[in-house]
Design a binder for this molecule. Structure first.
Ligand SMILES: Nc1nc2c(ncn2[C@@H]2O[C@H](COP(=O)(O)OP(=O)(O)OP(=O)(O)O)[C@@H](O)[C@H]2O)c(=O)[nH]1
Ligand SMILES: [Mg+2]
Length: 234
């Protein structure tokens, strides 16, 4: 059965796209291998089935990106908070791939690996979902790295995307709502990202369905016109 909508994860190699999807679907963090091509999983969201595509960040698969984005209802642009280049790449290399996405595509920007820089990434995401850590939170950050990308950088990128898409800031979802920091390793905010995106793609899916049914009507009209023409020409 064809899914009702499509969500695509895009971003540079090693930022943690596969780990984020794995954390969300399998509820765990485990070793990954660099993705080859792309893979998807299906998620049921209310009455809608949504395919979530994990794509390869490696340069050699770059050409496939726009194919995966075709008709996408949402794109999750992912970077690594400890790697400045990874957010620059989103603008330079990945944004253009979304030209094939749905006209009303939702954009989310996700800064992953926040466990490497911030103690809050070890806090349970929702009350009661996970046990708070027994050790002092600061001692959990084993290799504290310098945060190279801040939320303000992601918000600036989001605004650039709206400009690129020629969308009015007033009508688009607010940047503050669509920029996230996550940790696939601890699970911090991972559900929140996917659930926010799914919630927001429902109207896009409904719109796509309406357009689809309108197209069917158009096709029928074309058929009728052709029939009329052929009978005229007899
Ligand atoms: N500390 C930490 N490491 C992470 C996190 N997410 C992913 N990693 C690690 O980063 C590396 C790359 O993760 P992947 O999920 O394979 O990255 P990817 O974006 O899918 O990479 P490609 O498939 O090559 O495009 C792996 O060693 C992961 O264990 C995270 O939230 N925190
Ligand atoms: Mg991957």
């Amino acid at each position: 059965m064809k899914p009702d909508g499509k969500v695509v994860l895009l971003g540079d190699v090693n930022v943690g796209k596969t780990s984020l999807l794995q954390r969300y679907t399998e509820r765990r963090f485990r070793d990954t291998v660099s993705t080859v091509g792309g893979a998807f999983c299906l998620r049921q969201w209310g009455p809608h089935s949504i395919s979530v595509w994990d794509t390869a960040g490696r340069e050699q698969f770059h050409g496939l990106g726009s194919m995966y984005c075709r008709g996408a209802a949402a794109v999750i642009l992912t970077y690594d908070v400890t790697n400045l280049q990874s957010i620059l790449e989103l603008e330079d290399r990945f944004l253009a791939l979304t030209d094939t996405a749905s006209a009303d595509c939702i954009f989310a920007i996700v800064g992953n690996k926040v466990d490497l820089t911030d103690a809050f990434a070890f806090l349970p995401e929702t009350e009661g979902e996970r046990q708070p850590p027994e050790q002092p939170i600061n001692s959990l950050i084993s290799t504290k790295l310098k945060k190279q990308v801040h939320m303000s950088d992601a918000i600036a990128l989001y605004k650039k995307i709206l400009k690129y898409k020629m969308l009015d800031e007033k009508n688009a979802p607010a940047a503050e709502k669509m920029c996230f920091e996550t940790s696939a390793k601890t699970g911090y905010k991972v559900d929140h990202v996917f659930e926010t995106v799914f919630e927001m793609v429902v109207p896009v899916i409904l719109q796509q369905k309406t357009e689809g049914s309108l197209q069917t009507v158009d096709l029928n009209n074309i058929k009728t016109t052709k029939n009329i023409q052929s009978s005229c020409c007899k």
